[in-house]
Design a protein around this ligand. Structure first.
Ligand SMILES: CC(C)(COP(=O)(O)OP(=O)(O)OC[C@H]1O[C@@H](n2cnc3c(N)ncnc32)[C@H](O)[C@@H]1OP(=O)(O)O)[C@@H](O)C(=O)NCCC(=O)NCCS
Length: 204
């Protein structure tokens, strides 16, 4: 169970909720077309695990008891440079069912998350990898897709930072965004900025 009270935002024919508990997620079905990252049922299991972790946050868009979109925040992977900073939270994924895209669901999810207090206590990072994007489904080229994501995350104060994170440097369209919460102090901010570029000889 998460400790933060869920909020609900009614909009068109879907509802955005979050952060949701694993038990709340367990009562819902998932749209089978939500398979951008992995098959929908496997993705639902992953969301259940994330929601069960107190540190993580899951926001969902629901229509008629079916999850039609989600946005998940989790701790950075332990093998990355970001895991050494306890105030970092990673926006891991946002996915909307193909039949619900371009109807404001993604925007509603990110806006709902942006209103929550946990955002202010963290530097929230998002590592955007071009190989995750649904170019075929969107009809967009890589650079236009990148711009859609950039504009989406910018709506709640994310900004682009340059970094030598090897995963970001892997492809020219990959990019790194972060949102520094209001309650992040100058030392934490400095630690975050220092982690953008690490000496490759000392980076493990
Ligand atoms: C990217 C994604 C989350 C967008 O969700 P969505 O619900 O379709 O987005 P919205 O309808 O809220 O639109 C948000 C903005 O993006 C724009 N947009 C979204 N898809 C677009 C497209 N295919 N072409 C042009 N603009 C697009 C909208 O016009 C809107 O712009 P505005 O704020 O200026 O009006 C969705 O396409 C998706 O799930 N893609 C697959 C997974 C993925 O790529 N995730 C991101 C990496 S983790």
């Amino acid at each position: 169970m998460t400790k933060i009270s869920p909020s609900k935002v009614e909009e068109r024919s879907f509802v955005v909720e979050g952060p949701v508990s694993a038990s709340c997620l367990g009562e819902l079905a998932i749209d089978p077309e939500m398979s951008n990252f992995r098959p929908a049922e496997i993705q639902k299991d992953a969301l259940l695990q994330i929601a069960a972790d107190d540190y993580c946050k899951v926001f969902i868009a629901v229509s008629e008891k079916v999850i039609i979109g989600y946005l998940a925040f989790h701790q950075p992977h332990e093998l990355t440079r970001w895991s050494s900073l306890p105030f970092i939270l990673e926006l891991g994924a946002v996915e909307i069912s193909p039949r619900w895209r371009r109807q404001g669901v993604g925007k509603s999810l990110i806006t709902a998350a942006g209103r929550h207090g946990f955002m202010e206590n963290h530097v929230v990072i998002s590592l955007e990898y071009a190989w995750h994007w649904d170019l075929e489904g969107s009809g967009l080229d890589m650079w236009s897709y990148k711009d859609v994501l950039y504009r989406l995350f910018s709506k709640i104060g994310f900004r682009v930072y340059q970094t030598d994170d090897p995963d970001i440097m892997e492809h020219p369209a990959n990019f790194f965004m972060a949102r520094v919460g209001k309650n992040i102090n100058e030392n934490q901010r400095g630690d975050f900025l220092n982690h953008l570029y690490l000496d490759s000889l000392t980076y493990k």
